[in-house]
Design a binder for this molecule. Sequence first.
Ligand SMILES: Nc1nc2c(ncn2[C@@H]2O[C@H](COP(=O)(O)OP(=O)(O)OP(=O)(O)O)[C@@H](O)[C@H]2O)c(=O)[nH]1
Ligand SMILES: [Mg+2]
Length: 406
Amino acid sequence: MAHVFRGRTLSEARGAAEAELGPELIVLQKRKVKRKGISGMLGATEFEIEAGRPVSTAMLAEKLRERQEERKAATASLFTPAAYDDEDHPARPGVHDLHRLHDEVRAMRAMLFRMSKHPSRLQNELLDLRRTVDTMMPSATTPTTRTPRLDQLLESSGVDGALARDIVLSVRKQAGGTKLSQPQLIDAYRDALADRIRVRPWPLAADERQLIALIGPPGVGKTTTAAKIAAHAISKLNKTVTFISCDTFRIGAVEQIKRFAKLLDSPLMIVKKREDLHRAVKQASTDLILIDTSGRGPTSANSVETGLADTEAFEGLTRQVMLCLPASIRYSDTSGVADTYRSCSPTTIAVTKLDLTSAPGGLIHGTAYTELPVSTLCMGQRVPEDIAPATAGRILDYLSPRRQFN
Ligand SMILES: Nc1nc2c(ncn2[C@@H]2O[C@H](COP(=O)(O)OP(=O)(O)OP(=O)(O)O)[C@@H](O)[C@H]2O)c(=O)[nH]1
Ligand SMILES: [Mg+2]
């Protein structure tokens, strides 16, 4: 269970947490928040951390058994097969049980990710569980599960972490105990990747009025991607576009998008608050509304970015909230980014900076963690040229170009 502690400094908040949970506590999240009371209204801030007690293996097994019972009663069809059905072997999870538990926790997390607009206590508890299971899993570099040839394939795709381990297991399953030739190994590897790729058609293909918002970490390419999409919609699809910018935080951000809006002869509205965002969307009458956000991300439950999750405010528009991830992002870093932007309710992933890496694991890491499909690929700074709709074939070829291994 996650607990929240506050302090004027991070170490003060941590001290409060340690006083209650002990020095072995697990910190789940840290953030800067508005101070309570009048000083907060005047802009004073403090630090907040969410932390929980470390979970032992036995407690973990017990918790998961409880979840399983609840799950069976409520929504049996939503999850993977049970991990602890066998009454004769109930207590300590072995390696295979842990793999199954890991999958199960991932399925639960993915479902919560889809369902949730705001982090809940249960969600934090599950995240805590997932992290604990992740740390208990045998490393993907365990010699018994990897071969140098498969290592090389994974490395050249940039696929790592828990996802690499999943892929190794499925290639081994396909091999069924026989030694694969190099072309067979590449085929099995590409099949395993293909099973995990998810795409959604390029958002601009639809005829309905659309809202496309770009969210993601600082410098990932949100504003540039917004400009590319706008330019593409105007010049190739003859659509009208309104820009809305929520980025009043970074110096020069407004000027940057203003330049794009001017070049594309499209209106631009700047908004600071959630209500202003909804009002601006209502005012816009163009075919496409493009919302650019700050790399700082949602800082509180009432942030302007969190307003992107208010689907009822966008009636009559197809809502696409694209989580922008750099192609080179590691699997372990994807979770932090996805968790930060969860409250914006993203619908697809845009993978950027494909031109800057030869190991674009981000194409599949984001989907593996969030189950969101990839809609958009960006491969350079040129506006509007360096953008393309995501297709499964394109993603597979970026991850495992055939020529490289022939
Ligand atoms: N090589 C390459 N550069 C890119 C790509 N997309 C954006 N950039 C560059 O990355 C830099 C940052 O791009 P922005 O669009 O300002 O990024 P942002 O996410 O809006 O940044 P913040 O608003 O500061 O969070 C710029 O120099 C862009 O030209 C891409 O696909 N490939
Ligand atoms: Mg920007």
